[in-house]
Design a protein. Structure first.
Length: 130
């Protein structure tokens, strides 16, 4: 949807629930996280800017936030088993790289220059920078 409320479009439906929907830095793609019905982990999905051509991008248990300034990485959160924590997802490599293994992280954002990540830790009420 445009900022004036016109041109509302819907991304192809993910059967289950979707969360963490973000634009790519160049505005040519949309990334979404969701859990598909019958599965017990989140996956990252990618669609074209108009919401078409939905494809599973990363089947690795991540929920995604906003991209870094250059659009090369996404911060991703993982909640399953020993993998709980914050990860970096290089968009060209389709994998996740651990940054902080810790419970209680629910969101993360890159700084404007893309050199730092900020995230709150719910279990202790603190805010951390990496």
């Amino acid at each position: 949807m445009r900022t004036d409320g016109r041109n509302l479009r819907q991304i192809q439906r993910i059967e289950g629930f979707a969360a963490g929907v973000i634009w790519s830095a160049d505005g040519k793609a949309v990334y979404s996280s969701g859990v598909v019905k019958g599965e017990n982990k989140a996956s990252v999905w990618k669609a074209d800017e108009d919401g078409s051509h939905l494809e599973k991008y990363l089947d690795d248990g991540c929920l995604v936030m906003e991209p870094d300034a250059e659009g090369k990485n996404l911060p991703g959160l993982v909640y399953q088993g020993d993998d709980v924590g914050l990860y970096r997802i290089p968009l060209q490599e389709k994998k996740r790289i651990p940054l902080v293994i810790r419970e209680g992280i629910f969101t993360a954002h890159y700084s404007r220059d893309g050199k730092a990540v900020i995230y709150p830790v719910a279990s202790s009420g603190e805010v951390s920078f990496s």
